[in-house]
Write a protein of this length. Structure first.
Length: 184
């Protein structure tokens, strides 16, 4: 088939597809539902946005390290892990959506509101943890001179710190609730 015929088919098909999807009630309902779920996840798990690009990053950038150690074939096998991580992203998003819905049903106000509550009732603990994270963030840029080592290990560090951060903020939130109950 001639390439100009394929181009014409694409030019005709894409707008028709857009119009069909824009007017389809089921697609609109699904889009609203997905938008609501993403807003809910963002409310309760604010750093989830950074997980999507950072999860495959150690694999992509670590590929150089693997190539140095195992050659091109080993690096290609290692890089194929990126494709295997797609179901991991999907399951992670589904699990976080379910947890966010559960938290919403329990009346949780979200991560940012909980942080404000913690700052109000446990300011020393909150600022101690925040200061620790700031010190770690200040110490990381000198490592950036290491090229792909930085881009391999920083995402792993970030991926490890974020769940710990959520866990510590959850414990601080419980402590703040206790202090507020004691003050009454």
């Amino acid at each position: 088939m001639n390439s100009s015929v394929i181009a014409i088919l694409v030019v005709i098909t894409v707008p028709l597809l857009i119009v069909f999807l824009a007017t389809n009630k089921k697609v609109q309902k699904l889009a609203k539902e997905k938008t609501h779920e993403r807003k809910l996840v963002k409310k309760h798990y604010t750093y989830f946005f950074w997980f999507i690009p950072l999860l495959p990053f150690p694999i992509i950038m670590g590929n150089e390290l693997v190539m140095d150690a195992f050659g091109k074939t080993g690096a290609l096998y290692f890089l194929s892990l990126v494709f295997l991580s797609i179901p991991v992203f999907w399951k992670l998003e589904k699990a976080l959506i379910e947890k966010a819905k559960k938290r919403e049903a329990e009346g949780d106000e979200g991560y940012i509101a909980n942080n404000k509550f913690v700052r109000k009732h446990c300011p020393q603990d909150y600022w101690a943890w925040s200061s620790f994270l700031i010190v770690v963030a200040v110490l990381l840029p000198p490592i950036s001179e290491l090229d792909y080592y930085f881009f391999t290990f920083f995402p792993l560090f970030f991926i490890g710190v974020v769940p710990v951060d959520y866990w510590i903020h959850r414990k601080l939130f419980e402590k703040a609730k206790q202090r507020e109950a004691e003050a009454r």
